[in-house]
Design a protein around this ligand. Sequence first.
Ligand SMILES: [Zn+2]
Ligand SMILES: [Zn+2]
Length: 797
Amino acid sequence: MTHVEHLPGVRGVSEDWPAWTPPSVRERLAEQGITAPWSHQVAAADLARSGSNVIIATGTASGKSLGYLLPCAEALGEGGTVLYLSPAKALAADQLRSLTALGLPGLRAATYDGDTPQAERAWVRANANYVLTNPDMLHHAVLGRHAAWSGFLRRLRYVVVDEAHRYRGVFGSHVAQILRRLRRVCARYRRDPVFILASATTGTPEESACRLIGAPVAAVTEDASPRPALSFALVEPELTDDTGEHGAPVRRTATAEAAAVLADLVGEGVRTLAFVRSRQASEVVALTAQRILRERDARARSAPPPDDPWLLPEPGAEAAAAEPDPPTEGAAAASPTEGTAPDGTAGSAELRGRLAERVAAYRAGYLATDRRGLEESLRTGDLLGLATTNALELGVDITGLDAVLITGWPGTLASLWQQAGRAGRTGRDALAVFIARDDPLDTYLVHHPEAVFGRPVEATVIDPANPYVLGPHLCAAAAEIPLTEDDLPLFGPGAERVLADLVDRGLLRRRPRGWFWTRRDRPSALADIRGAGGPPVQIVESASGQLLGTVDEAAAHGTVHEGAVYLHQGLTYVVEELDLENGVALVRGEAPDYSTWARDTTEIEVLRTERDEAWGPDAAVHFGEVEVTRQVVSYLKRDIRTGAVLGEQVLDLPERRLNSRAVWWTLSPEAADRLRKADVDVRGAAHAAEHAAIGLLPLFATCDRWDIGGVSTALHADTGCLTVFVYDGHEGGAGFAERGYAAARDWLTATRQAIADCECADGCPSCIQSPKCGSGNDPLSKAGALRLIDTLLADGV
Ligand SMILES: [Zn+2]
Ligand SMILES: [Zn+2]
């Protein structure tokens, strides 16, 4: 444990209902035990009702939904309609359930998503006055057929954007354009609906919300709901005797640590939720915690224990030390072969024996009824420990917890607080524990508590002006209603240039009255709003012919190449063949005891430098357009228990090109020579700095390590200098590299600290080794990276 922060409890501040609240709504809420609203709910409701767009950015379980429910209920009573948007179908279904349970008079609520049968869709369009859908449906099925929705749109009073902080990166940029199209279509029906956004606490919420909807938004951020006192611990797992790549020391994995802590807490009767990064990690944590509890029970019964058997050290706890977290959902990694520990005798009625049965795993793939059952058991305390992916973070209603374990950085401070906010029962103190994974960012955080506790949460980063995002939406908008000059400001300053390009490419036609879509196909197919690039690759089980799922074309080379271990809904498959021409990967069910990691080579070319800043005579930082050429060339097999490399397999896959944006540092050849003379391995230093910098960028730009890539070289042809590039992994860029450029000094400083903080001697996965390194983490120089970064930063003083 590296740090414990004690956060005091807060009392709630309630207010009277706004005078305009319909009496029937007040009655229904009172029946549910809500007798007075918190002041932030009233502030948001009043703003929305007065016609102002508003974002409610407050903590977990602060009752954001009541803030939008009040004005929406009033509007429904007056014959208006409400459109509710959520990023996930499951959340919309949960919302529908609680809305229906409230029993508002005159409410005709319905979901409209991919699961809605065709026959029901016409009914929804014609009759529902509260439609719950998602941006995908809006994009593909609603906006293009707005005439069919005219009755609904003509009466539209409010658009609720729930979980607004989820709209970030490329997906967020697409959603921003979809919402602009929605506003334009509404204007056609003479409606200017008020947008109410509900968000986790984020930095600069007005600004982010305004960027998302393209119109001014007021923010309500003062959280007036009560909070229990919270102790928040930071934990760094210990180094073990095992070694990984190039003999680097390996830490006990975060999942093994989480399982041990979960078992301890459950043993104490503490209701605990453990957040992990992947589905199979949730299974591993639950199974391991169960086994620890059974073993304790067996020992307790075979030998009379000392006073407190729960506090004994756990010799067996390392056994499931596999950190199987895959780079992305469904990507290469294997679930452990280990099953539940056979335990012939522990089924006794004794309480300790039953503790193991009070631990379970929970994930998004479960059926709704299973999920409800687990949620209910946790609420009643029948279940004491639950390991889960962030499926639960999506608004699902779990209350009555004492402790929350967060295994690995959840991506943003906002998510961290949202997960920690799950802990706390009325009148009781709460515990949150952050367990660091093998990753430079996690290492940095457990050694720099001020970066967790002394920092405002980050702003969500989107870049709606990205021409690769904007282009398809301009086509879709033109198909919805022909575009005119007057529409251009809505889509931003780059719109005119992008339109000219679309006309050149024959996608739109320019006529005196504006821009027209004259093709027969549907323009919404041009934008793949959740992915990037071409049509997704289908994953098919070869024996049964069953379609298991899809992966983005861009990710296919790295995740479903021949021989890759692929994970789907907790089951493990091995890829037999990747047929790129037909976009199909054939897989067979198999659970090998290794995971696979693709290796690639990357080259980068500078197309245009947009900004740069000299830090002195030798060092500078730049931002601009680049072309990245990548090729997956091989994959590694790694033992899932120890992480040890078992072998490397060569692959034959074509190159992929990506036009993107990058931030890069340069150091003059003279300064590089001085470092060489001082015995610094310059290539290894640049490479190590690149890895650690990629790991730390999520601290400054709300991205995932897997959203960005890097290239480093002792001498780059375009810059003539030692250069370290970090680029956006999405066509056209997603705004991450730009953020990195803006925060370059702080980012590089944090990168240096993360490397220096790690207690290893020559580099390990917690500092400079990268799980997705294209060149096998070779060469790398930890000491050199520190010298290099010092030189870069000193030059800027
Ligand atoms: Zn290290
Ligand atoms: Zn590398």
